[in-house]
Design a protein around this ligand. Sequence first.
Ligand code: FAD
Length: 564
Amino acid sequence: AEDIPVSELALNPRRGGPKNLPIADFLVGDYDSESMIEQKDKPRLVILGTGWGSIALLKNLNPGDYHVTVVSPTNYFLFTPMLPSATVGTLGLRSLVEPVRRIIDRVHGHFLKASATDVDFSHKLVEVSQVDQDGNTQNFYLPYDKLVVGVGCVTNPHGVKGLENCNFLKTIDDARKIKNKVLDNMEQACLPTTSDEERRRLLSFVVCGGGPTGVEFAAELFDLLNEDLLHSFPRIVRNEISVHIIQSRSHILNTYDEALSKYAEGRFSRDGVDVLTNARVKEVQKDRVLFTQVEDGKTVTKEIPTGFCLWSTGVSRAEICETLSNKLEGQNNKHALETDSHLRVIGAPLGDVYAIGDCSTVQNNVAGNIIKFLRTIAWEKGRDPEKVHLTFSEWRDVANRVKKRFPQASSHLRRLDRLFELYDVDHSGTLDYGELSELLHQIDTKLTSLPATAQRANQQGVYLGRKLSKIAAALPGLKANEIDYGDLDEAVFKAFKYKHLGSLAYISNAAIFDFGGMTFSGGVIAMYLWRSIYFAESVSFRTRCMLAMDWAKRALFGRDIMSF
Ligand code: FAD
């Protein structure tokens, strides 16, 4: 970075921060419109990422309240819920994206196509890394008064070998690669030089992960193969094609109501999609997937020859979140940046840094509350909690007997059951209080973290956009560098509360809906309802028009089955 001529970066010729990097200070010069000049003295709001959380924030921020700079390696917003449909040509890739510059225009902000790599909290500088067209990396600092981290998450490899042989489904590029791979396999299967065995391998499609993304992809793939490809590839016989879903839990879609999981499994079984439950992928090789299943108490390794493998088994934290977590006090979560209920990153100076969406989790210490509750019960029974040795059911029974006297007891007990259920804890062994506490703390993360969904990211973005505008309104006349935030968040706005509006999923010309207790599943009508919901949620009028055209094109001419 020392060698980069500052003028080339068009930055304010100032260097600084711990690494003495150029500082991109847009507050000096670089103004071409009145609205930008107006922002000159406004607090600098830097937003990392252009996903669901950041876009919702930008749409809810009052224009002119902040001097906004958005940093992201992607200059478009991707409407992820419909991404599986783009992998099979039902929808065009361009129908799912919206240029972020149009959205940022609303708040007269800047956009930098680059990645944030680190944050210096004491100097309030984000370190940004940008790769030029020759592949050289240039780093610089971006100063902020308020920083919002909305960088999402990355695919979780779960320590499995051979993931370089897999496809993923997270970005628009992933969708393009999948479509090309599926179609190329079909083309290759038709060549006269391809043996029967090789043809069956090329036409064997494996999906690792039975969550919503894996299931929706398998359903879309099944539709493509049945509705379009079999007609266009007459050399291929239906029973040569196979689709397999490998799921580690006992059901696919295990975060949905059980009846819906069963409905989806029934539908797949009728369609001949092979659902393998309680199966763990061990290794993905170029031409096969190895997985284990327990049979008669023994773990057996099995394999499926395959020409295509999708890895879709959950998410883990992005590199920048790991870097930030490691330098902040009070960050104990290995999966996401922990925030308080005002979405402020724990350990960072109060009110400076927020995190939203998949990269974050709200710390609410469920295990801590349950432990306190059990401790009180043990004392009530006249025993020193450190010396009590009980089985899980005995702990639960004691708590149940005294629950009338504790206002929160029922919810603690429900959560305790859910913690143990989630982790298939063996209920028969005895645990002393210390062991119980440790176990609960270990498994707490999963229970307390909010779902990694667009719904949550969107709600947090809306919340933060509105709150930041309130904060700006509470600071009239203050210049950027004169702000003493104190605990303004608490003073001007209520804490964030997630409201689950329900989950839905597409399964092969049918759809399922889980509106927190109220469930619904069905065929074509449900599928049209599913489409209408996402159509209404789509990001702009332009994308809505394009979606409608794609569906019409598909109905009239079939899916796009070209690979390039
Ligand atoms: P993202 O939307 O992932 O955005 C992260 C942004 O940060 C991106 O712009 C990225 O380029 C940028 N970024 C990454 N690293 C950096 C960096 N170092 N510096 C700066 N920027 C960075 N959720 C639902 O609720 N319903 C669904 O039906 C649904 N379907 C899905 C289907 C698929 C195929 C996928 C992949 C996800 C689906 N999800 C769904 C989940 C949903 O997409 C995510 O929960 C949501 O995108 C999270 O939003 P976010 O803003 O946290 O992150």
